[in-house]
Design a protein around this ligand. Structure first.
Ligand SMILES: Cc1cc2nc3c(=O)[nH]c(=O)nc-3n(C[C@H](O)[C@H](O)[C@H](O)COP(=O)(O)O)c2cc1C
Length: 463
């Protein structure tokens, strides 16, 4: 494994990682004027996993824009200041050992305060052909449970309607939606804040799947190795990361539905979810030289990996509560970073593979396929997982299909709220293959000799 590229500093903004990417030649700077309508999206889509992009001139806006930040596990490792193979442990440790935030004054994200026409002048992109307006796609949403006062951070899209209103699209089972309904039952709207451009560790924490009332900002502190420095919002009593780029302060009106129209999903197709909720904004704060963050939605690398890695770690934490032999857990890119899970089990006992499948389906409704592999197979290496399925599985014995389990509404084949889920037990079973599973390879001393020879004649070919 490559050594950790330690970009962890005391900085809690997204700027140190952007600078590091620029230093590595992985930041494309577009200084020619481009339109927020489709052009930003097309460029981010072209650069996708190849480069982060900063746009210095968006027509009609004074605010710079950046996107394609966390487009791979390598980028996520860089953001967390660990090596790729330490990402999962870092996240599960952060779930177990939260650190409470600290409140500060004079927050950089409050250098500018706007109280009228809050959304005016923001470079909000219109992403895809059939979508019906511009979307804020990288908005980390902060809210508090109106009954318990406990905090929540998550992501949800906002379609901008005019200078003071947007529509928010939240799945009804998400904690944010539950909080908005609780507020509506009390006869009030839910105060919320939309945070753009927080430190990537804070963004990743917001994508963890935790219990209702578990505040992801405390896990973000654990990831940063220090309390998240937070500022009180200027129009409510919420706390927001003080070193983010832009914060929009508003209210979600659960009693004001609005038909959304077609919207892209992570699987790369359009969905029609019916109505979202109207939200109104009473303040915007931002840095004096703020940058507006964008996550290219649909089937694009950042949209996949920012979800896949925290979901995998959340599942690892859940599985480890019930099973002592769980290794690494992966959520694949081909499953759009949400639908397809690979779980490593060390020497599973009979029946354990199916138990692990059941835990995954029970824990996160968006998960459809679950594959269980042995500890010698890398769950993030799809070719290795496929090889294990080809060589260690007997379909009639090792494939489990359960029909009519609850489906997430984003599920591509969802029908009447349910979908069939499939589990593949690709672990070795006692009694299979009298020839065993030994890998056919040259002996280790021959490898050592040839490695040494290769290092003198073609070191670039060394694995
Ligand atoms: C970039 C990104 C965009 C997302 N957009 C939405 C969205 O528009 N609506 C939604 O319901 N969930 C969306 N999600 C998923 C939720 O943020 C995720 O399920 C989260 O865990 C829900 O948290 P909660 O249950 O604490 O509210 C998005 C996730 C990511 C990473």
């Amino acid at each position: 494994m490559p050594a950790a590229e330690n970009t962890r500093t005391d900085d809690q903004s997204c700027r140190s990682i952007l600078n590091a990417l620029e230093g590595k030649g992985e930041l494309l700077v577009v200084d020619k004027p481009v339109s927020a309508k489709f052009d930003v999206s097309a460029m981010l889509s072209l650069a996708d996993h190849r480069a982060a992009v900063r746009f210095d001139k968006i027509e009609g806006s004074d605010i710079r824009l950046f996107g394609n930040l966390l487009t791979s596990r390598e980028r996520i490792a860089m953001a967390l200041g660990v090596s790729v193979d330490q990402i999962q442990k870092t996240l599960t440790d952060a779930v177990r050992n939260p650190i409470k935030p600290e409140i500060i004054d004079n927050a950089p994200v409050q250098e500018v305060v706007v109280r009228e026409n809050v959304l005016a002048g923001l470079p909000v992109p219109h992403f895809f052909q059939r979508e019906t307006g511009p979307y804020i796609s990288a908005g980390m949403i902060i809210a508090k449970d109106p009954e318990t006062g406990l905090g929540n951070a998550s992501y949800a899209r906002l379609k901008v309607l005019n200078e003071n209103e947007a529509m928010i699209g939240i799945a009804p089972n998400h904690h944010l939606a539950i909080m908005a309904r609780k507020a509506a039952a009390m006869g009030k709207p839910l105060p919320f804040a939309v945070v753009l451009g927080a430190h990537p560790a804070i963004q990743l924490a917001a994508c963890l799947y935790l219990g209702l009332g578990d505040d992801e900002m405390e896990n973000a502190g654990a990831l940063l190795g220090a309390p998240v420095r937070m500022a009180k919002t200027v129009s409510s009593d919420l706390l927001v990361p003080a070193e983010a780029e832009v914060v929009l302060e508003g209210l979600i009106h659960s009693d004001r539905p609005l038909v959304e129209g077609p919207v892209s999903e992570y699987h790369g197709m359009y969905e029609d979810y019916g109505s979202g909720l109207i939200c109104t904004f009473q303040a915007r704060t931002n840095r004096a030289d703020a940058m507006f963050q964008v996550i290219e939605p649909g089937y694009h690398a950042e949209h996949i990996f920012i979800a896949a890695v925290p979901i995998a770690a959340s599942l690892k934490a859940q599985l480890s509560r019930a099973l002592q032999n769980v290794g690494d857990v992966a959520v694949t890119a081909t499953g759009s970073g949400r639908n397809d899970v690979i779980v490593q089990l060390k020497d599973p006992r009979p029946g354990q593979a199916r138990r692990a499948m059941a835990i995954c389906w029970g824990a996160v409704s968006i998960i459809k396929n679950v594959t269980i592999i042995d500890a010698d197979v890398d769950p993030w290496d799809l070719a290795a997982v496929e090889l294990a399925k080809m060589t260690r599985m007997r379909a009639e014995r090792d494939v489990l299909i359960i029909s009519d389990l609850p489906a997430d509404r984003s599920e591509a084949q969802e029908d009447g709220g349910v979908v069939a889920k499939i589990g593949y037990d690709a672990t070795m079973k006692a009694g299979d293959r009298s020839q065993g599973y030994d890998k056919a390879l040259p002996p280790e001393d021959a490898y050592a000799r040839m490695r040494s020879l290769l290092s003198t004649i073609r070191p670039d070919l060394l694995p």
